[in-house]
Design a protein around this ligand. Structure first.
Ligand code: SAH
Length: 519
């Protein structure tokens, strides 16, 4: 379907975002997001997917929160979509769940067809499917049902003639899933009972399915509306009606994960947060990333450039962080060199993560300490013997001096080459403060001393007392003793600290903290 009037490659992509868990978008959907020039996204699409979109893409929030004033009308959205595609852009229209299931995806594509524009459509995991899976309710099951219906619960109950064949669906379909039905739950359940469905049929209502803040309640047709009101369940939520709901007692797995519902703040550089976030997410935590540090190039490349002029005179190059590795190689490449320039040097890494990162650059470490710390690295090199050797240490501008000091004492000549610097960033500092003031946080994780210092700095507190008040009831996890010391120096207390200073060990400690009987 090509647009003959437009020479440019403008195209629309209607993409299903899935139900909210950012892992539940399709591979094709993610590929398309990564190449978006314009993104028009809905309230239900979930902001976590925005990380896949190129930084310079234009983001348009289309809104559409049930019951709340719409940010853009459907007509405005259709018009924007057509205009942006006509302007030659790759426009991604991202919608919650599946765009064709109560998503008006059809209407938007009809507009594009009418305007003669080209498009691609990508399905998504619809929220009914997600709600069933994450509430432990198989939507069909041989023992209970062989049919399912997806029904809108949005229909005005006072409408004279319903488009829904209540007389047929009430008893004619096994599992019924109502979208947008929270407001009308009383009339929906009354209609089903009136048309012959057993009032004792089990019902589950699932809010924010697949997200860490998922909530679900179970009842029967004759009492679920009351339960939902009492528990204050608000949209977006789905109502699943049918015998299959009884299987939840056996299968409920998602809400049973050890950190389910725990709200955890991650304070790391944006570049490094992913491993920690992934592990916490897998255990069910509700994670919020607040970058306290940004990585920037050093003020001067002088030392590294000088070293690179004759790198073979160094017997050793030490890598103590993955940031140092990527910055080092970027600079090396910019000089027209590659890894072969290092052929005469031995290479040491501080730990497994840095060693694996070096492998990606085609380099195997000659030395990896048993203990993954600066001290461990210095000790390992002392044992090998470095007297009279020249050692290059590309690293952060400001870092602990223990490695160079110990190696110099051991008789080596150490050249420190700053290849990046950590600068505090205060992105989202208002959000962070509001979360703490509203007591919406269970745990804060710190993975280095500077994350502690910058976190405190971001909160702009007058003194330790104000900080303590803000952090009252919030648990703190610190990756190791040095980070813990900085926490204590700020007048706070460390609740969780692993024995090994790695991210997986820290997450293990967090899990055992919350699953041990005392909590
Ligand atoms: N196209 C979407 C549905 C949009 S209609 C899809 O395929 O899922 C909006 C309704 O979807 C909401 O009122 C709610 O009933 C349901 N919904 C969407 N996401 C949900 C979620 N994460 N949890 C529970 N219900 C959800």
């Amino acid at each position: 379907m090509s647009d003959k009037t437009n020479k440019k490659r403008g195209k629309a992509y209607l993409v299903g975002a899935g139900p909210g868990d950012p892992g539940l978008i399709t591979v094709r959907g993610k590929e398309i997001l990564e190449k978006a020039e314009v993104l028009i996204y809905d309230y239900l699409a979930g902001t976590k997917l925005l990380r896949h979109v190129p930084k310079d893409a234009e983001l348009i929030y289309a809104g559409k929160k049930g019951g709340v004033k719409h940010t853009h009308t459907q007509e405005e959205i259709n018009r924007m979509l057509v205009e942006k595609v006509k302007a030659g852009k790759r426009v991604v229209r991202l919608k919650g769940g599946d765009p064709f299931i109560f998503g008006r995806g059809g209407e938007e594509l009809e507009e594009l067809v009418a305007a003669g524009l080209s498009f691609e459509a990508v399905p998504g995991v619809t929220s009914a499917s997600a709600a069933a899976t994450f509430a432990g309710v198989p939507i069909t099951h041989r023992k209970f049902t062989s049919s399912v219906a997806f029904i809108t619960g949005h229909e005005d109950p006072n409408k004279k003639e319903s488009n829904i064949a209540w007389d047929k669906i009430s008893t004619g379909v096994g599992t019924l899933v109502f979208y947008m039905g929270i407001k009308n739950l009383e009339s929906i359940t009354a209609n089903l009972i009136k048309h012959g469905r057993d009032p004792k049929t089990p019902v589950a209502v699932v809010r924010w399915a697949s997200r860490p803040r998922q909530q679900s309640v179970v009842g029967t047709l004759d009492n679920i509306a009351k339960i939902v009101r009492e528990k204050g369940i608000k949209p977006p939520a789905l109502t699943i009606v049918g015998e299959v709901v009884s299987l939840r007692d056996t299968i409920n797995w998602y809400e049973e994960r050890p950190l389910f519902g725990k709200r955890v703040i991650i304070t790391r550089t944006r570049e490094q947060a992913s491993e920690l976030v992934a592990l916490l997410d897998e255990n069910g935590a509700d994670t919020y990333e607040h970058a306290t540090i940004a990585i920037q190039p050093p003020d001067s490349w002088e030392e590294l450039d000088a070293a690179l002029q004759d790198i073979s005179r160094f017997q050793w190059i030490l890598f103590t962080s993955i940031n140092a590795i990527s910055a080092f190689f970027d600079r090396l490449y910019s000089k027209g060199l590659d890894a072969r320039a290092l052929h005469a040097c031995k290479i040491a890494a501080v730990g497994k993560v840095t060693a694996d990162c070096l492998l990606e650059y085609g380099l195997k470490c000659d030395l990896l300490p048993e203990k993954y710390t600066g001290e461990g690295l210095a000790e390992a090199l002392e044992n090998v013997g470095v007297k009279g050797e020249k050692i290059l240490l590309p690293r952060a501008k400001k870092a602990r001096e223990v490695v160079p000091e110990r190696l110099r004492q051991a008789g080596a000549e150490v050249v420190i080459a700053p290849v990046y610097q950590n600068v505090p960033t205060a992105e989202n500092k208002e959000i962070l403060k509001a979360q703490l003031l509203d007591k919406q946080v269970d745990l804060v994780t710190f993975t280095s001393s500077s994350t502690v210092t910058n976190f405190v700095h971001m909160l702009e507190v007058a003194d330790k007392k104000e900080l303590q008040e803000l952090m009252e009831g919030v648990k703190i996890a610190a990756i190791g003793p040095i980070t813990a010391k900085t926490v204590v120096a700020n007048g706070l207390q460390v609740d969780i600290q692993p024995d090994t200073y790695t991210i997986p060990a820290m997450v293990d400690s967090i899990v055992s903290y919350y699953t041990s009987p005392k909590v």
